[in-house]
Design a protein around this ligand. Structure first.
Ligand SMILES: Cc1cc2nc3c(=O)[nH]c(=O)nc-3n(C[C@H](O)[C@H](O)[C@H](O)COP(=O)(O)OP(=O)(O)OC[C@H]3O[C@@H](n4cnc5c(N)ncnc54)[C@H](O)[C@@H]3O)c2cc1C
Length: 389
């Protein structure tokens, strides 16, 4: 068994590591100050500048297929990159990205939606959750009724990431109530100009998702994404598009948090000695390091299974669950090591503490991951012996 990285993987990972070190981390102090004044941490110009700088070095569209101008990198590579980016709390991602399901667009839709999204000229959002349908997405109530060659959409979506900024949404609506999720849900590409409204939702994080209101929104037939009635499968494909990437990001955050806490523990003297000499502190560091190592291999194993075309759903759910739970425990411990300073907004600890909490909720809560994992085992779809059998 070979756990080493290829030369290419190492070179790419190191390039991103240097980029984060040189270009992103220096922006953090000013970002923290801005966030304390309730402004976005990264300005639009800074964000754009980072995207452009990376693109000049050929870093664009990490997983976007090369035929669309991307790098078409493997899942393992994507996980390694995400972990490096996760070392900063700044919400940066390389440009050249589009939601996986947009690649199901027909030629006309590709010109209007997919290509401009990859270029960063248009912003999309994915809208399935509703006030009455979160974990149970089969309970959606938003409807689309046919009117001539158009569809009229009515309903409300909630907690939509990017919903305030997006100029179009991939919205899921019931087109055949009798069939429901078995052939009766359709995905529509709906431009903001078609009439949907968004309302900002304040959260404990530094950014907020949106509620999207559809009141008799008229969408032309040509804006159906994929097949009529096959939207639910698309939604599941979007949700499953890279569950290993969220914990990969958390992995990078945890590494940095432990490094910050170790630096603090070496310097902070109480009762005549650095707190790093105390077993209580050492155990927090040791437990966190073990969990980080376990998380690293859960993430990389899930990504490896994706690259080999194996059924990686169990591995991805495990990585997502473990990542969410452990990242929250680790940030809590590292904040504790910082004492009162950890609780202030001078340092990024409390910010990460708030941000990482979301990982246990979105794209499948802890409970839903456990439900999936247990079901797969009990129904015999996977084994406790894991992918190696
Ligand atoms: C910041 C943020 C961004 C988001 N971005 C998007 C987005 O871009 N697009 C989108 O469509 N959605 C988005 N969501 C929605 C997100 O996916 C849902 O919030 C999530 O799936 C949980 O649904 P819910 O909030 O309705 O909770 P519920 O489903 O009501 O669950 C409430 C609690 O019950 C538990 N529970 C539910 N069912 C079971 C069960 N069968 N067994 C045991 N426990 C159960 C849950 O785990 C949870 O603890 C976002 C949410 C947030 C907070």
């Amino acid at each position: 068994m070979d756990f080493s990285l290829s030369t290419e993987e190492q070179a790419t990972r190191d390039w991103v590591r240097t980029f984060v070190q040189r270009e992103i981390l220096p922006l953090e102090p000013a970002a923290l100050r801005r966030e304390r004044n309730h402004q976005p941490g990264l300005t639009r110009d800074e964000y754009r500048g980072l995207v452009d700088k990376a693109r000049q070095s050929g870093f664009f569209g990490v997983q976007t297929p090369t035929e669309y101008g991307g790098m078409g990198l493997s899942a393992v590579m994507a996980a390694l990159i995400e972990a490096e980016l996760g070392r900063s709390f700044l919400p940066f991602r390389f440009g050249g990205y589009a939601d996986n399901i947009l690649f199901h667009a027909n030629d006309e839709q590709k010109q209007q939606y997919l290509l401009p999204t990859i270029e960063g000229d248009r912003i999309s959002c994915f809208a399935i959750t509703e006030p009455g349908a979160g974990s149970d997405a089969t309970a959606i109530r938003t409807t689309a009724r046919k009117d001539g060659s158009d569809w009229i959409i009515n309903g409300e979506k909630t907690f939509i990431t990017g919903g305030n900024e997006a100029d179009f949404t991939m919205v899921f609506a019931i087109t055949d109530a009798d069939k429901g999720v078995n052939g009766g849900v359709t995905c529509f590409l709906a431009d903001r100009e078609m009439g949907w409204k968004s309302e900002y939702i304040d959260t404990m994080g530094e950014w907020g998702p949106a509620a999207l209101i559809f009141d008799e929104v008229r969408v032309p037939e040509r804006n159906v994404l994929g097949e009529l009635g096959q939207g639910f499968a698309l939604a599941m494909q979007w949700i499953g598009r890279g569950r290993y990437l969220l914990p990969a990001r958390a992995l990078g955050a945890c590494e940095r948090l432990v490094e910050l806490a170790m630096a603090h523990a070496r310097n902070r003297v109480t009762f005549g000695e650095p707190i790093a000499n105390r077993q209580a502190i050492q155990w927090m560091i040791a437990d966190s390091a073990v969990e980080i190592e376990a998380l690293r291999w859960l993430v990389l194993s899930a990504a490896w299974q994706v690259d080999r075309g194996l059924d990686s759903r169990q591995a991805q759910s495990m990585a997502k669950l473990f990542g969410g739970v452990k990242a929250n425990e680790i940030v809590d411990r590292m904040l504790q090591i910082h004492g009162g300073m950890g609780y202030t907004r001078e340092l990024p600890l409390e910010r990460w503490y708030r941000e990482l909490r979301l990982l246990r909720i979105y794209e499948g809560t802890d409970e839903i991951q456990r439900r999936t994992i247990a079901r797969n085992l009990l129904k015999g779809y996977s084994s406790v012996r894991g992918a190696l059998g």
